[in-house]
Design a protein around this ligand. Sequence first.
Ligand code: NAD
Ligand code: IPM
Ligand code: MN
Length: 351
Amino acid sequence: MSYEITTIPGDGIGPEVVDATLPLFEEVAGNHGVEIEFTRYDWGSDRYLEEGTMMPEDGLDRIEGSDAILLGAVGHPEVPDHVTLHGLLLPIRKEFNQQVCERPSILFDGVESPLKGYEGGDVDFVVFRENTEGEYADVGGREHIGFDHEIAVQSSVFTRQGTEAILRAAFEAAEEREGHLTSITKSNAQAYSMVFWDDVVEEVREDYPDVEVESLLVDAASMDFIRRPEEFDVVVASNLFGDILTDIGAIVTGSMGLAPSGNVNRSGEYPSMFEPVHGSAPDITGQGVANPIATVLSGAMLFENVGEEEVSADLWSAVRELLADESAPTPPDLGGSAGTEEMVAALSDRL
Ligand code: NAD
Ligand code: IPM
Ligand code: MN
């Protein structure tokens, strides 16, 4: 088989982790007779600073036909975040109808959690984050700017179709995993959107009788992600809550540098996009020390999504072996001093 993969390295450490990992993906694909053709798009904040747009006007048309997208990160200290994100990352998720964001949190053997008493294997859950609407619907406005009666409105939009789509994806995953689903809301304070969410959970769960459903308020859930992360299996949440919870999930399982994600278009009409959960990390940009594992695992999710399960499994195994090996190079975010390239080379040795 052969695949056309769009790569958008983006800003900051994005190009560092994406460009370093492409040869690894080519190598592992080659081992299975799978061909991949990467097309790299130099879209991002540097382009914005030079030309005024993050991507060309027909950007989405250009990449619509690819089999999948691998993105690094978007965000630049000299450009407002809402400009960069609304100019590149968020339109891809939205226009390509990538409604289901899947973010696994796994505490690997050999990785130290900041949580006392936890060791490899103790934490293994996946967050299903609604990815195209909710609090990110981009509906609202700002009036009377600079006056005392200035007002800013940011509305959330929860559609039945979108809510059902993320819930069904999560229930299906729970059926395949441990059969436990935690639904996150804030229905004590948000009497429309979140009560609606709870109602749709009650309807949809009828179709998944073997799944045990737990409902948690997001504030308590944030605490429980730290107090008892081992008890979660599949977690489902709105766009904003899912965003916040997955940073907690990343750090309790060791580091932002390990957390992968997939933005999945379930109909197959558009490509899905895979990217590390982390951002452009301006604090370490240019030092060559960004941990590439989040990107490698995002690649593993990409290969699984296009149907190359063996390629995907090899990448997961290489990461597991490397992290479990006490004598292997370790990047600074995990307490060592190995750079990005050294980490990729060590993974390549384990393929
Ligand atoms: P961040 O994820 O970029 O960084 C948070 C912390 O984690 C930093 O200390 C950083 O050094 C560390 N970190 C992140 N990735 C790492 C890696 N691979 N290896 C080692 N350490 C790593 O979050 P932030 O600082 O809040 O955001 C920086 C910029 O990125 C902002 O412009 C933000 O909007 C953007 N952002 C983009 C995405 C995305 O493109 N998907 C995601 C999150 C943030
Ligand atoms: C993420 C990021 C993005 C999000 C930002 C950069 C818009 O934090 O992918 O987790 O909130 O979705
Ligand atoms: Mn985030």
